[in-house]
Design a protein around this ligand. Structure first.
Ligand SMILES: Cc1cc2nc3c(=O)[nH]c(=O)nc-3n(C[C@H](O)[C@H](O)[C@H](O)COP(=O)(O)OP(=O)(O)OC[C@H]3O[C@@H](n4cnc5c(N)ncnc54)[C@H](O)[C@@H]3O)c2cc1C
Length: 423
């Protein structure tokens, strides 16, 4: 097979790989992005589409220890850890438990908010000049709850985020019903974050492909990376070649941006990446008696309801920690539907579903992406692990990666992202 020489090779054309490619191309590098399928058909395909800095919380939070044990045991819990005999799970769980402290959480929230705010500005700007719409809409986000505990959790989130410059205001159940008639009456209350946005995820990826190409970058589909050739000189290892199903590449810099698939390929380089998949589902339906006007988080059931650009509604939810398990579990899907029917004016019984999708969120144990150079291979850079926040944080995360690669000051503290915490 032919060998092509490139400057930067990004492995994975999801929202994260493409955002990083754009930032590097803007910084003067020449970037080629490859994907084993079509761009955006991994986890970036069917997420809830939220661009919401108010959700900048990592998965592990203080006081979660006993809850996380419950997640192992309860198959109906919105957050679930699927019991499975694997060293990856044991290693992942150990780091997860160690990250459940106030100090780590505050560090994580600070950097995740910074990259999410950068990203929201990026998308708002892109929406003004993208050749085609990607469904960007800045209507804000409603967090609603029917319980005192849920309302308390929403208020804690609001206080934390207000302190970081993300405005949100407390609302009564009556105020929420008046603003969003698709919700059934009887809510305890909630929080409205007015600046948050949403979009159609696949169209957003496609807008990024156009943006990258207009900057001179390249995207190659159906090119699966499957092997590497490395060299070792003076104790320092380097990737000499990346072998793909559509040719060999020699690159000055190789970026690993393959979401939940990253561990599989990293093993070829003698690396173990602690990434588990946070399996979630999204359905697209027209079965609402009253159509939602705003994105809504039903706090008690952890369900995300989003009005779409084409008039349909997307309903997403559940997070089940698995290792490359793409099986569709009807029981978990059904929990999302009944949970929505409980809180919203959605027809009873089986809704008319236009599409069912499931994806694996790439989850690091501490809920913070790994962004930085590898200790082991001098021209390998990690850009993985964006858990529940990949869409909302990718442009900012790409900017951090470009800052580190170009050796310039960054938009936020880069320490929490360091890959060596796991390498
Ligand atoms: C139900 C659900 C709802 C969500 N809602 C939101 C939301 O509202 N907002 C938000 O910010 N986030 C949300 N997320 C999370 C978000 O979707 C992810 O964080 C994000 O898509 C991760 O992007 P990525 O580019 O890292 O991974 P991916 O999109 O999975 O991209 C990785 C790419 O690598 C490619 N690849 C894999 N192996 C190879 C190989 N060997 N060679 C070449 N290419 C390869 C894959 O084909 C894929 O395209 C949600 C996720 C789920 C499941």
């Amino acid at each position: 097979m032919a060998t092509e020489k490139v400057d930067v090779l990004v492995l994975g054309a999801g929202i994260v790989g493409l955002s990083t490619a754009i930032e590097l191309q803007k910084a003067g590098r020449q970037v080629t992005v490859i994907d084993k399928g079509e761009p955006g058909f991994g986890c970036s395909y069917g997420n809830a589409g939220w661009m919401t800095p108010c959700f900048s919380m990592p998965l592990p939070q203080p006081g979660m220890f006993f809850k996380s044990i419950g997640w192992l045991l309860n198959p109906d819990s919105p957050l679930r850890i699927k019991p499975q005999p694997s060293w990856l799970l044991v290693r992942w769980m150990t780091h997860f438990l160690l990250a459940m402290n106030e100090r780590r959480m505050n560090q994580s929230v600070a950097v995740l908010t910074d990259i999410s705010k950068y990203s929201l500005d990026f998308y708002a700007d892109l929406a003004t000049r993208a050749p085609k719409t990607f469904g960007f809409d800045q209507k804000g986000l409603l967090l609603v709850s029917g319980t005192d505990d849920g309302l308390k959790a929403a208020k804690i989130e609001m206080d934390l985020m207000n302190a970081r410059g993300v405005p949100g205001k407390l609302m009564t159940g009556e105020e929420i019903s008046a603003m969003e008639p698709s919700l059934k009456p009887g809510l305890k209350g909630g929080v409205y974050f007015p600046k948050e946005a949403h979009s159609e995820p696949l169209l957003t990826v496609q807008a990024l492909v156009s943006e990258l190409e207009s900057l001179g970058g390249k995207v190659l589909s159906r090119a699966e990376a499957f092997d590497f050739v490395t060299s070792n000189a003076g104790g320092s290892s380097k990737i000499e070649e990346v072998h793909t199903t559509r040719g060999k590449f020699k690159a000055d810099l190789v970026l690993l941006a393959m979401g939940t698939w990253s561990d599989e390929l990293a093993r070829r380089l003698g690396l173990r990446v602690p990434i588990l998949g946070g399996k979630g589902y999204r359905i697209i339906t027209n079965s609402f008696d009253v159509k939602p006007q705003h994105p809504i988080m039903i706090v008690d059931r952890k369900i995300a309801v989003t009005p779409r650009y084409d008039g349909a509604t997307s309903v997403a939810g559940t997070l089940e920690l698995v290792n490359q398990d793409f099986e569709i579990t009807p029981r978990r899907l059904n929990n999302i539907i009944t949970g929505t029917q409980q809180y919203m004016h959605m027809s009873k019984g089986e809704p008319e579903i236009k599409e069912i999708w499931r994806g694996l969120r790439p989850c690091t144990p501490d809920g913070v992406p790994m962004i930085g150079f590898s200790k082991k291979h001098s021209n390998l850079f990690y850009q993985i692990g964006h858990q529940m926040l990949g869409l909302q944080s990718a442009p900012g995360s790409g900017r951090v990666a470009a800052d580190l690669i170009m050796g310039r000051p960054s938009i936020t503290d880069t320490k929490p992202f360091r890959p060596e915490r796991y390498e």
